[in-house]
Design a protein around this ligand. Structure first.
Ligand code: SAH
Length: 364
């Protein structure tokens, strides 16, 4: 039998071409897209608005989802849910769903493992295996949305799970095209954030690709010297080069860029660090998002105490344009991404990321 294709790998335009090539009328692809991305169907059988013969043909050639839910953890505190998915080849990835009153945030993985070596990150402790396909990225989102019954809630997508999105740029862009499309998830740039640690040329390429999304740049240190110590591979490019690319991203489509800064006690949280960061952020068109380090299981660094966070913020505020602090979610279920993966695999495989809500601050 011919290998079946992942239907969510197709863009909406390709879905249309496929339906037309099968001799179907124009409107068919709309029905199909509606089933896949509005009704979040898990298979073709339930698409009863399609003729039976077409369903059979589609089933022969395509499958709907490549991800099997291997485990789910639910927080009793705030409803945060972490999913461990098993992919077709047996690899495992994680996604996180965070619920708030009127919206939800879905944190997706883009790679199995990560080729970078940021010292505070759980994912970096495992081996890099492979890139995810656009279909596998969309599977995570569709499964979480369907499972959590989010039809009426606004959803934000953050590419902050396992992996470095810009090292899998083509598939990430392909997935975002479906997220943006009115017949896909219909999400605009304010609802989609791609987080990256480096790669100025790829930041520009993401801007030039024309997809609607925001960018988060994981700065994490105020000087190149300090950044090299905690993000060796990502520091192949200087902070100046990265900020230059980030400004290009903003200019290219009046898109938004946030600088992320993981607070590692005793490493990058001194008064001098705050002052250097303030100098760097001053007069730049970027928001600043402080992320208290999440030690997960492996630890390695000390989390900052609340007093230090407040002091850091107060030193930044006079000159930084806007500062938020990410408040961790799902504390009772190992909120730092990666731990389901860790538990399910050998000891040497440890992934990560971060989950939480960005709380805005004022200077008073
Ligand atoms: N590779 C991409 C996306 C994944 S990491 C990137 O580096 O941006 C998403 C965010 O989580 C990054 O800002 C990263 O610096 C941060 N992060 C990673 N491990 C963390 C941890 N243990 N605690 C807090 N934040 C962490």
């Amino acid at each position: 039998m011919m290998d079946r294709l992942h239907v969510r790998h197709l863009t909406i335009d390709e879905l249309r071409d496929t339906a037309l090539a099968l001799g179907e009328p124009e409107y068919r692809y709309r029905q199909l897209a509606t089933s896949l991305y509005a009704r979040l169907a898990g298979d073709f059988d339930g698409m009863t608005d399609l003729p039976r013969a077409l369903r059979a043909t589609l089933r022969e050639r395509f499958f709907v989802s490549a991800a099997r839910t291997a485990a789910v953890q639910s927080s009793g505190v705030d409803g945060t849910r972490k999913y461990l998915f098993e992919l077709a080849g047996g690899e495992r990835i994680e996604s996180v769903l965070m619920r708030y009153e009127r919206r939800a945030t879905i944190c997706v993985s883009t790679q199995v493992g990560c080729p970078l070596d940021c010292v505070f990150c759980e994912t970096a402790k495992g081996r890099f295996r492979r890139n995810l396909t656009a279909g596998e990225i969309l599977d995570q989102i569709c499964t979480l949305k369907a499972d959590a019954d989010l039809a009426s809630q606004k959803v934000n997508i953050v590419f902050m799970g396992m992996g470095e999105p810009l090292l899998n740029l083509d598939e990430v862009v392909r997935a975002i095209r479906t997220l943006n499309h009115p017949l896909g998830l219909n999400l605009g740039e304010k609802r989609i954030t791609v987080s990256t640690s480096s790669f100025p040329d790829r930041i520009r390429a993401l801007a030039d690709s024309g997809v609607a999304c925001s960018l988060a740049l994981s700065l994490n240190a105020p000087t190149d010297e300090k950044r090299r110590e905690i993000m060796p591979k990502a520091s192949r490019f200087s902070i100046a080069e990265l900020l230059d690319a980030a400004r290009y991203f903003v200019r290219s489509g009046r898109r938004r860029v946030t600088l992320e800064y993981v607070l590692l006690a005793g490493v990058n949280t001194s008064d001098a660090d705050a002052d250097a960061l303030a100098r760097l952020a001053r007069s730049q068109p970027f928001k600043l998002n402080l992320i208290p380090y999440n030690p997960g299981r492996s630890g390695g660094f000390a989390p900052v105490d609340e007093g230090r966070i407040q002091r850091f913020v107060q030193r930044l505020l006079p000159s930084a344009p806007a500062v938020t602090v990410r408040r961790s979610r799902g504390a009772d279920i190992d909120a730092a991404c990666g731990q389901l993966w860790t538990n399910s695999l050998g000891r040497e495989d440890k992934p990560a990321g971060v989950s939480g809500e960005d709380v805005p601050l004022t200077s008073t």
